[in-house]
Design a protein around this ligand. Structure first.
Ligand SMILES: NC(=O)c1ccc[n+]([C@@H]2O[C@H](COP(=O)([O-])OP(=O)(O)OC[C@H]3O[C@@H](n4cnc5c(N)ncnc54)[C@H](O)[C@@H]3O)[C@@H](O)[C@H]2O)c1
Ligand SMILES: [Zn+2]
Ligand SMILES: [Zn+2]
Length: 365
């Protein structure tokens, strides 16, 4: 099969032939139909999260069940499924507590299957590890059952693919991590794939004031289409003052959907007393950010980390699909050009440009 590989910092992704193993007991072979392109692939290519191994890129995608390993009876060949890039072990304390986004034993941590192995081998005989255990820019994926979430066939493949990361992260940040209530106010810093779905989620739960921030005028325009009530530029020297003025004393929630130290460190300045900053965007691994501790203590402001929208894919993917099918989340409007996997590297350049809607890779082209 074809796969988009990446050998390490300083090299460029390239398309190559890769062999995929048959699914073992408890594993599923999925023929990928569509993959989205999220900034977490770009972090790998930029060297923010260096690996000592070759990876098959892509972590947001949907496909069709092609074959089932022994012992799986609750899926059928031909089912449309979305892959979760944080396959839970379902046995650790976090998983048992219903918080699978905090799982400590996910294969995602090692870019492989839960036992540490990889189903992929390159033409030179060396191993390839699927990024976050999925590697969605490959024609096929072999993943544990817990990474596979059935999704109704009427959900278009491109929408299903985006549910695999950016949508679940953004909508989950609002509904799960922050638990925003109707009438509350929020600011969203960064309006890429994740930020736009935070805005959609805020509109869905009835937030009254939604302030979108970006550097790209067309992304701010799209944010307005999705529900932003106000827009501001990220390089506005009076950003905090303007947010506080619009929200009459600070917002209830401030979401960072970029991950730059400079943007996440400012979030507490946008909050009203008792408000919460939600860190969704991810920095390079060792980045540290300073907060005025006294200020946080005295004002009761909170900082919340958000992995995968604090979501449980088996519950949240179908819920998001239902909201889409019911017309409450206009997810198809997130999608821009559709391109073949051979051009997947172009989609990554497109992410760097920070303009327009999400490119989607169609494996059938
Ligand atoms: N927490 C999670 O589980 C999770 C899941 C998915 C993605 N992420 C992370 O979320 C972040 C966003 O991902 P994405 O795919 O939406 O990225 P993206 O590249 O599509 O969007 C980033 C946006 O930030 C804007 N931006 C950049 N600098 C800015 C500034 N100084 N002020 C205002 N806006 C600015 C860009 O114009 C762009 O629109 C990434 O760090 C990604 O790794 C986290
Ligand atoms: Zn992602
Ligand atoms: Zn677990």
């Amino acid at each position: 099969m074809k796969s988009l590989l990446f050998d390490g910092v300083g090299t460029e992704p390239y398309l190559a032939e890769v062999a995929v193993a048959d699914p073992r007991a408890g594993e599923v072979l999925v023929r990928m139909t569509t993959a989205g392109v999220c900034h977490s692939d770009l972090h790998v290519i930029n060297g923010d999260w260096p690996f000592d191994h070759r990876v098959a890129l892509g972590h947001e995608g949907a496909g069709i069940v092609e074959a089932l390993g022994e012992g799986i009876s609750d899926l059928a060949v031909g089912d449309q499924v979305v892959l979760s890039w944080f396959a839970p072990c379902n046995t650790c304390a976090s998983c048992i507590a219903g918080q699978s986004w905090l799982c400590q034993a996910s294969g995602a941590a090692t870019n492989g299957l839960p036992d540490g192995s990889t189903p992929l081998t390159a033409a030179d005989g060396n191993e390839v590890r699927p990024y976050l255990g999925v590697g969605t820019f490959s024609d096929y994926a072999v993943v544990p059952r817990s990474a596979v979430v059935p999704i109704p066939a009427e959900v278009p493949a491109a929408v299903a693919a985006l549910i695999g990361c950016s949508v679940t992260t953004g909508v989950g940040a609002v509904m799960n991590t922050a638990d925003v209530r109707a009438g509350q106010s929020a600011v969203v810093v960064g309006c890429g794939g994740v930020g736009q779905t935070i805005i959609m989620g805020l509109k869905l739960v009835g937030a009254s004031t939604i302030i979108a921030i970006d550097l790209s005028p067309d992304r701010l325009e799209t944010a307005t289409e999705f529900g932003a009530t106000h827009t501001l530029r990220g390089d506005d020297p009076e950003l905090a003052e303007k947010i506080v003025a619009i929200s009459n004393g600070g917002v209830d929630y401030a979401f960072d959907a970029i991950g730059l130290a400079a943007t996440s460190a400012r979030l507490p300045d946008y909050l009203k007393p008792g408000g919460a900053a939600v860190l969704v965007g991810m920095p390079a691994r060792d980045v540290e950010v300073g907060f005025k501790t006294w200020h946080l203590v005295a004002t009761g402001k909170r900082i919340l980390g958000c992995n995968y929208g604090s979501s449980r894919p088996q519950v949240d993917f179908p819920r998001i699909a239902r909201l889409y099918l019911g017309g409450q989340l206009p997810l198809d409007k997130l999608i821009g050009d559709t391109i073949p996997v051979a051009d997947a590297a172009r989609a990554i350049d497109d992410l760097r440009a920070s303009t327009g809607r999400r490119m989607v890779v169609d494996h059938s082209l």
